[in-house]
Design a protein around this ligand. Structure first.
Ligand SMILES: [Zn+2]
Ligand SMILES: [Zn+2]
Length: 338
């Protein structure tokens, strides 16, 4: 079958011919319907240092945001984080606390292919009414859900979301649903992803190409500070800008994976008692909730997917995502790819 792989510890990805995987004990074979191109896939393509941890697993098929059908005919989404099954936490059924994970599409073969083998316990059934396109957004939506959880109650609050990609779009939609008084979204040279946000009903959009974040947000806030800022840019310097626009006791939630460190003057943060919080993986129990949210918010979230291309056009899909010419790009394997 065709598979999009990282084949060398260097920049680039390759569409290669590999054998159909054989499931091990406790695993099932999933026929892939659609797989999203994630920002982290772009990092793996570029071979940025924060993804060097996958080097020992090369060659590896990437792709971790996907929907497919098991051989038993069950349509499923698959949690990409594979727990070890043998550590103390796992043996006590506290899988969320496992410290020895492997990532489908990172350190074990993923879903930019016709077939992928996955642990049975990672499969979550997809409700009938939900389209494959929306179901493929489950994994990123769980990341957005976790960011909201880490922030706490946003009811009545003024919220800034930095980064208009899939995670930022999901955060914006969930913050509005949770009752935020205002949701402003910022990006850099991000016309296409702003189009998706506009179609989702957001109009307070700030492009910081050619203006500062402070200048760009002022018309929307009259200069009032934000109560909560979500960072989904992966650009460390945006944290400094966010803190300058955050109220006393306000919260910044960091979700980006940052390719380099940040030099941060902590004194204003201390004096203003601002909270800087990291957010990463949601509990496993969020997955069915994410599917229910996708069904409930179908019409709102649908514009997030801008392109659906065959796997054979992976190069074009990655170029669209890299060049910010797309919102979410999905790839689907064709009959000939199997
Ligand atoms: Zn992802
Ligand atoms: Zn474990």
């Amino acid at each position: 079958m065709q598979a999009l792989q990282k084949t060398r510890a260097a920049a680039g990805l390759e569409l290669v011919d590999v054998p159909t995987p054989v499931p091990a004990d406790g695993e099932v074979l999933v026929q892939v319907r659609a797989t999203g191109i994630c920002g982290s896939d772009l990092h793996v393509d570029d071979w940025t240092p924060s993804y060097a941890f996958i080097a020992p697993s090369i060659p590896v098929t990437i792709g971790h945001e996907f929907v497919g059908v098991t051989q038993a005919g069950q349509r499923v989404v698959v949690r990409p984080s594979v727990t070890c099954g043998v550590c103390t936490a796992c043996s006590e059924n506290r899988h969320d606390a496992c410290e020895r994970r492997r990532g489908i599409g990172m350190t074990r073969d993923g879903a930019f292919a016709a077939w992928v083998r996955v642990p049975r316990r990672n499969c979550v059934p997809v409700p009938d009414g939900l389209s494959d396109e929306l179901a493929a957004l489950t994994e990123p939506l769980t990341i957005s859900m976790q960011a909201l959880r880490i922030a706490g109650d946003v009811t009545g609050l003024r919220v800034l979301v930095m980064g208009p990609g899939t995670i930022g779009q999901g955060i914006a939609a969930l913050a509005r649903r949770a009752g935020a008084a205002q949701v402003v979204v910022s990006g850099f040279d991000d016309a296409v992803r702003f189009d998706a946000l506009r179609a989702m009903g957001f109009d307070a959009l700030v492009d910081v190409q050619g203006q500062t974040l402070a200048e760009g947000t002022r018309p929307h806030t009259d200069g009032a500070p934000f109560d909560v800022v979500f960072e989904a840019t992966g650009v460390p310097e945006t944290i400094t800008e966010a803190l300058a626009l955050l109220r006393r006791n306000g919260i910044v939630v960091v979700t980006g994976i940052h390719a380099r460190p940040l030099a941060l003057d902590l004194t204003p943060l201390v004096r203003n008692q601002q909270q800087l919080r990291g957010s990463f993986r949601p509990p496993e129990s969020d997955w069915p909730l994410a599917l229910a949210l996708l069904a409930e918010m179908d019409a709102v979230l649908r514009p997030m997917v801008s392109h659906v291309l065959p796997l054979s056009q992976a190069k074009e899909g990655f170029a669209l995502a890299h060049g910010k010419q797309a919102s979410k790009v999905l790839l689907y394997p064709e009959v000939g790819d199997a």
